[in-house]
Each structure stands twice: as C-alpha cells, then as structure tokens.
Ligand binder design. Structure first.
Ligand code: GDP
Ligand code: MG
Length: 202
C-alpha cells in the first residue's frame, strides 16, 4: 500500500500584472521549493473568449461567485450594486476578460501530493489586502476590492490557482493539450515520497 494522491495536479496562471512585476521567478521558486514538480509551462496572451470559458468551466461559478461577492459587500456594511448574483458576475467577467487578455501570462501545471491545497496556501486569499503575510499575494501586491471597485477593474492579485481537484482537471484541459504535460522522474521525489528512506547510505 502506498499513498495514491502523489500525482495530484493544479493549474497556475501568473497573470499579466505578475509578469509586469517581474515575479515569474519568485512564483516558480516557491512552488519548486516546497517540492512540487513542474510538468507543463507556456507563455501566452489569452483571448477574452479563453478567459470567459476559463471562469465558466464550472457551471456554478456565476452563481457562487456572485453570491460570495454580495456577501462580501454586506459583511463590510456596504450595499451591493445589485442583489442578483448573475449581474454581479457578468460585470466581474467583463473586467476579468480585460485584465487577463491585456498581455502575456505564464500558464503552468504543477504536480505532487496535495498540489491544489498546497498551492492555494502559498498563493493566499483572493483579496491581497487581506491575504496572509508570507503568501504570494500577501507579500507582493497591495490591491483591494475597495480600490478595484472604485476604478471599475478586476482585482490585481498576480496569480490564478485551481480551487479544487475537479476544477484543476477542467482547467488543465482548457489551457493545455494532453501532449503538453510531461511525465518524468524528479530525483527529489525519492526523498519526499519514499516510504522507508532506505536508499541513501552506500
Ligand atoms: P480565486 O480563486 O482566489 O481567484 O477567487 P474566485 O475564484 O472566487 O474568483 C475569481 C475572480 O473573481 C477573482 O480573482 C476576482 O477577480 C473576482 N472576484 C471574486 N470575488 C470577488 C469579490 O468579492 N469582489 C470583486 N470585485 N471581485 C471578486
Ligand atoms: Mg477560483
């Protein structure tokens, strides 16, 4: 018997602001350092259609994100612009399409045990103002919903990372052809995953 989740995969996109802030290396370094394996990587300029499809791969996204955003306003004592979650996400999508198609992004697939949760932990919460110190969003960017709402734009939070394993599976298929994912051996996995650590001493 051996743990079967060692090849969990997550999609990460370094968004256009991450590229412009010269953070490609920093982001990759954090995922590499924790022990995850990079199995696909490319730089592209997404089309607005690709961006809309990405966010609506999960048919619940419009409703769930709209409701979450409305709750966010109310929790802060603010009045949401509308009570209709679909109107909220229609507006979010317009701004997300502008944001993510404005320049090159780096799309990657990372693999390893608990890849989805580990990456979300390293990336931090969606709004940089409240992302934990030590997370990528918490350490490298200062945006807030307050500022992005007044300026009528998407929040600039440097990175997208899959939120769940099923989401990762859909997103990886959306951004990569199967042959772009490379299956290879990484020597450090023998230390990270070996059950007995009995191959070190000569
Ligand atoms: P993520 O997985 O951490 O990126 O967050 P979600 O999947 O919940 O949301 C996707 C994107 O929708 C975020 O990156 C934001 O651009 C936008 N978004 C989500 N929630 C809110 C919100 O409460 N207010 C605003 N203005 N945008 C939001
Ligand atoms: Mg998400």
């Amino acid at each position: 018997m051996s743990y079967t989740g060692k090849k969990e995969k997550s999609l990460v996109i370094i968004k256009p602001d991450g590229i412009q802030r010269s953070l490609i290396g920093e982001v990759i370094k954090r995922f590499e350092s924790i022990g995850l394996k990079l199995i696909a990587l490319k730089m592209i300029v997404p089309t607005p259609e690709q961006v809309e499809q990405h966010y609506t791969l999960d048919s619940n996204w419009r409703k769930v994100t709209g409701e979450k955003t409305i709750k966010g306003y109310k929790d802060k004592g603010l009045t949401p612009p509308t009570e209709n979650p679909f109107e909220i996400t229609d507006k979010l999508l317009i701004n997300l399409k502008k944001y993510l198609s404005c320049g090159p992004v780096v799309a990657m697939v990372w693999e390893g045990a608990h890849a989805v949760k580990i990456i979300r932990k390293l990336v931090g919460g969606t709004e940089p103002l409240t992302s934990d110190v030590g997370s990528i969003r918490g350490d490298y960017v200062l945006d807030s919903y307050e500022m992005s709402d007044v300026d009528d734009r998407a929040i600039r939070n440097l990175i997208h990372a899959s939120g769940s394993v099923p989401e990762a599976e859909m997103e990886i298929k959306h951004w990569f052809a199967p042959e772009e994912l490379i299956s290879y051996r990484l020597v450090q996995e023998e230390i990270l995953y070996d059950v007995n650590l009995d191959g070190i001493l000569e």
